[in-house]
Design a protein around this ligand. Sequence first.
Ligand code: FMN
Length: 137
Amino acid sequence: MSLHQLVYLSQSTRKLEKEELSAIWTQAKANNARIDVTGSLFYNGGWFMQVLEGPAPVLASLYDKISKDPRHHDLRLLYNEPAAFRTFVRWTMNMTNLEERQADKYEELVDIVEAAKTGRKIYGMSPAVTLLNFFKA
Ligand SMILES: Cc1cc2nc3c(=O)[nH]c(=O)nc-3n(C[C@H](O)[C@H](O)[C@H](O)COP(=O)(O)O)c2cc1C
């Protein structure tokens, strides 16, 4: 089945505690492993940016389910395209909390989320594409 990558931005309904983030992460990892989805979730205290990768129909129904989750709202689909390879091949869901400044690649990731919020391009590329390129081996 054809592999797709999807990237969206959303606003968390309120500021989430670490435990609440962990709960989302645990749930996502368990579900995604079952449905052959990989990806990465970034949280900056107010906004989520998530990459999902997997078979196109699976992603469509997962995105539909995630979009109804009351823990966030104002979802903006930034990218939804076929892909030759997975970028987060080792992760059923990676999680980066950008509230912790020691996060790997902190400055770049904060800038990507900020650019996505306003629709600003980074070196002529959409923030979603910049994000995907950033993690390509
Ligand atoms: C920002 C955010 C990202 C999420 N990412 C995923 C995900 O990657 N996979 C997933 O199954 N659920 C994810 N969820 C949780 C789903 O919205 C939903 O609560 C969960 O899949 C329901 O699990 P269940 O069908 O086992 O009850 C996410 C929720 C939020 C708020």
